[in-house]
Design a protein around this ligand. Sequence first.
Ligand SMILES: [Zn+2]
Ligand SMILES: [Zn+2]
Length: 226
Amino acid sequence: MARFCVSCGAEGVRLFGALCASCYVERNTLLKLPREVEIKRCRFCGSTWVQGKWVKDDNVLLSMVMSNSSLDPNVSSLTPSLRELLQDPSEGKVAIIEVNGKVGEVQFSINGKVRVNERNATCDSCLRKRGRKYEAIVQLRSTEGKMNDQLRRLFEDMLDQEAVENLCDVVVLREGVDYYFISKSVGRRVASKFSKVRKAWVSESHEGERIKDGKRESKLIISLRT
Ligand SMILES: [Zn+2]
Ligand SMILES: [Zn+2]
């Protein structure tokens, strides 16, 4: 029996079913991305819930997409990558995914979009921290009166590892965002760093002063107006 591709007639080539690799790639749906993946993410530290535990891993989205995709059995050397993460006004968060792979020696590339349904949660370690007392609140306010996401992102992107671990609560208000820090010194450091990145009015005040065990105790309120 002649071994040739029933579509293009190529002979002496590796066949996948009745087709050569090129024809196989053209005629088959090699990969079907899920329409949506759901990700449970800690609102404080960004950890994601994967297979029963909280992990800090930036590739979670891609591995979730791939494990929910249906894949043709003849595909090999699969490499997915995240091209873009968009905020679509009607669909919400959307990931643009590119997947490269091979059938035999023939390469293919597939692009698709996947809705990312992010659910906010609080991870175990943040939950423990939230049980702890805070000493400082950094109040981020816009002088325009209304908070904008850009300002919030600017502030949060600036937080380093120590600041993130020290952060025990984030409260979003109409007039701005309040960041609760376990330690005063971290709160002060964050505020001063931010005022260098962006021109901001920094003012400090104290709240709820009381004497406990002979020591003066109060919460430090740092207001950042920009
Ligand atoms: Zn062919
Ligand atoms: Zn967390």
